[in-house]
Design a protein around this ligand. Structure first.
Ligand code: NAD
Length: 394
């Protein structure tokens, strides 16, 4: 079949097998050529949410930067003869193929990471293949979670708190800037979002690893968060997602306490805004990101997802690194996004931006390109008019 992007709102329902593979390979090549992370910094790494965005980048830096054996967990859709897989499925295959070429252990388990069945499968795999884990990266982003203790299905809501929020946004496909009125969350929606995107599941994972004695002495775990600037606070940090992320901070403290026994370390790392399947779904964020990318590109401080995670590993996570921590003990690598020189300019443009001047003031084109790349489209060197087998990446 010939695979073209089919965009529905903020998701693309097709993915290009060769494009996804090329995108993964580009990121691996970047790390192989540029990373300063120490070989052997981490021996065995478990990545929860390994198939896209920040989790995939973390797995790439761990595997191809540190030379780590990686076990990944993700929830992706396999292809059929007539339908493409989800992008993450191709990404996992491409990562595994490259690892195999280099004699690097890489195993991916596909299924629901919130379930006890998946936790058991991961524990068994570590016992059989790896012994103990040195680093656990928690990078799940999901709109739903079936709670493993109650079987109840919780859905997250991306909403402000308290009152209706009138705020600027952009329709990514049409490029139209407008004001939207976002209804505030109910108490139930807040609670559900915390259940889905908060820290409980991260705690369950660390509890299981500790109970099975599968964390190595001095093991680390890191979970990712976003804080962003005042412009997005009303919908993110001060909204339902912020409540969930505050719960991640709570969990970090609990896990830190539990890891004392093995002299381990648990941290939340605050990352920069990028285009991912998860972030494209958040109202306001695409407009903020378009302005931010333009300003950071003009000022020469823009980082792609892989560059950002490489900096996290190299400057913050590896042994000997002096972590840049805030008052809450979080690692801050969002320093470039939040630099005053960047934010002052983004905030200057925010009230001015409209549909006509967006191409000048913001980088919506770059946002769209990044969005398509997530699904394997717009990657240089890929022949998008060629027939492909959706069940193969080569
Ligand atoms: P993403 O959508 O690119 O990746 C999410 C991953 O989670 C995928 O591998 C997916 O398969 C996996 N996943 C989802 N539900 C699952 C389930 N039930 N079982 C197993 N795997 C499941 O997301 P992302 O943007 O890379 O986000 C990862 C983390 O980084 C999140 O905590 C997010 O808040 C944080 N973060 C994102 C941004 C951003 O701008 N995208 C910025 C800062 C922090």
């Amino acid at each position: 079949m010939i695979v073209k992007p089919r965009i529905r709102g903020f998701i693309c329902t097709t993915a290009h097998p060769h494009g996804c593979a090329a995108h993964v390979n580009q990121q691996i090549d970047y790390v192989a050529a540029n990373s300063d992370v120490a070989k052997g910094a981490f021996g065995n790494v478990l990545v929860l949410g390994c198939s896209g965005g920040y989790g995939l980048a973390s797995r790439i830096v761990a595997g191809f930067g540190c030379g780590a054996k990686t076990l990944g967990v993700s929830f992706e859709k396999s292809p059929t003869e007539s339908k493409t897989a989800s992008a993450g499925w191709y990404n996992n295959k491409a990562f595994e193929a490259r690892a195999e070429q280099q004699g690097l252990y890489a195993k991916t388990l596909d299924g629901d990471a919130f379930s006890d069945a998946m936790r058991d499968q991961v524990m068994d795999t570590i016992k059989a293949d790896l012994g103990q884990i040195d680093l656990v990266v928690y990078s799940l982003a999901s709109p739903v979670r079936q709670h493993p203790k109650t079987d109840e299905l919780h859905r997250s809501a991306i909403k402000p708190l308290g009152e209706v929020l009138e705020i600027k946004t952009v329709h990514v496909e049409k490029g139209e800037v407008s004001n939207v009125a976002l209804e505030p969350a109910t108490e139930q929606e807040i609670a559900d979002t915390v259940t889905v995107m908060g820290g409980e599941d991260w705690e369950y994972w660390i509890d299981a690893l500790l109970a099975n004695d599968l964390l190595a002495p001095n093991a680390k775990t890191v979970a990712y968060t976003y804080i962003g600037s005042e412009l997005t606070w009303p919908i993110y940090w001060e909204g339902t997602l912020g409540k969930a992320k505050a719960d991640l901070d709570r969990a970090s403290g609990e896990i830190q306490r539990k890891l004392q026994a093995i002299e381990g370390d648990a941290r939340v790392a605050v990352l920069k805004a990028i285009v991912s399947q998860a972030s494209a779904a958040i109202p306001v964020v695409p407009l903020y990101a378009a302005l931010l990318f333009q300003v950071m590109k003009e000022q020469g401080s823009h980082e792609e997802c892989i560059e950002h995670i490489d900096r996290l590993f190299t400057s913050q996570l590896q042994i000997g690194a002096t972590m840049r921590l805030d008052d809450a003990g979080r690692i801050r690598v969002d320093d470039l996004e939040l630099a005053e020189v960047v934010q002052t300019e983004v905030k200057r443009r925010w009230p001015l931006v409209d549909t006509d001047n967006l191409p000048e003031l913001g980088d919506l084109a770059g946002f769209r390109e990044d969005f398509l790349k997530i699904f394997g489209f717009g990657i240089q060197g890929v022949d998008y008019d060629a027939e492909v087998d959706p069940q193969r990446i080569d």
